[in-house]
Design a binder for this molecule. Structure first.
Ligand code: PLP
Length: 226
């Protein structure tokens, strides 16, 4: 049987081989996985976990906090409903799926004063898909300005989920467009250091196009059954 430890070694090798000069962070995507599975990967040295579904995430965060696993950095990466922003602002360290003004306003108001600013990535819908969250590139200037003007938020960069149906050439074009948007944003905001792109199937292509953080689920935990 292939273990989570073997999977992690394999993913780390893939990242290392593809990596150019700057380091690439690994975000383990733990949606549908148990708190025990998160704990196993954390014991193996992974510190950052991404969750898509708020209720499921809150249960896992509570379970791991009870086991004194406060060293985990939690990222919210799923679609955001505006009535869920308070719990996101209170329980997470990062949110990568910010895509509208109202969400920015609420997260900024609801981030508790005793916590550091909430790290924010703006999600770009790079292939303009109906089914996906995220803004069009033309909307980035205005939303980035709003995030950077919010004292309880820290603008860290961009996140994207490219269309799954593209050819290699089309995928590379999408990834390169993202890299250009990212570099442009960096010249305006010194706090921007994160380009979150690349999943199990396209870790290498994403890193070669300048990703600084890959979000990996299946290649670490195996296929999702639910
Ligand atoms: C599920 C998910 C991932 C991980 O996808 P895998 O193909 O399982 O690696 C990454 N990012 C987001 C936003 C996701 O929802």
């Amino acid at each position: 049987m292939i273990s989570i430890a073997d999977n992690l070694n394999n993913v780390r090798q893939r990242i290392k081989k593809a990596q150019t000069s700057s380091p690439v962070r690994l975000l383990a995507v733990s949606k549908t996985r148990t708190a025990d599975e998160v704990d196993t990967l954390h014991q193996l040295g992974v510190d950052e976990f991404g969750e898509n579904y708020l209720q499921e995430a809150l249960e896992k965060i509570a379970a791991l906090n009870a086991q004194h696993e406060q060293s985990i950095i939690w990222h919210f990466i799923g679609p955001i409903q505006s009535n869920k922003t308070r719990q996101i602002a209170e329980q997470f360290d990062w949110v990568q799926s910010v895509d509208r003004e109202k969400i920015v306003t609420r997260l900024n108001e609801q981030r508790p004063d005793n916590l550091p600013p909430l790290n924010v990535c703006i999600q770009i819908n790079i292939n303009d898909e109906q089914s996906k969250s995220g803004i069009a590139p033309e909307q980035l200037t205005e939303l980035a300005r709003q995030v950077s003007a919010s004292p309880r938020l820290q603008l860290r960069g961009l996140m994207t989920i490219p269309a799954a149906t593209q050819s290699d050439a089309e995928l590379n074009a999408s990834l390169n467009t993202m890299h250009n948007l990212f570099r442009n944003l960096q010249t305006q905001y010194p706090s921007v250091d994160t380009l979150s792109m690349g999943m199990s199937s396209d870790i290498e292509a994403a890193i070669q196009s300048g990703s600084t953080m890959v979000r990996v689920g299946t290649a670490l935990f195996g296929p999702r059954t639910s």
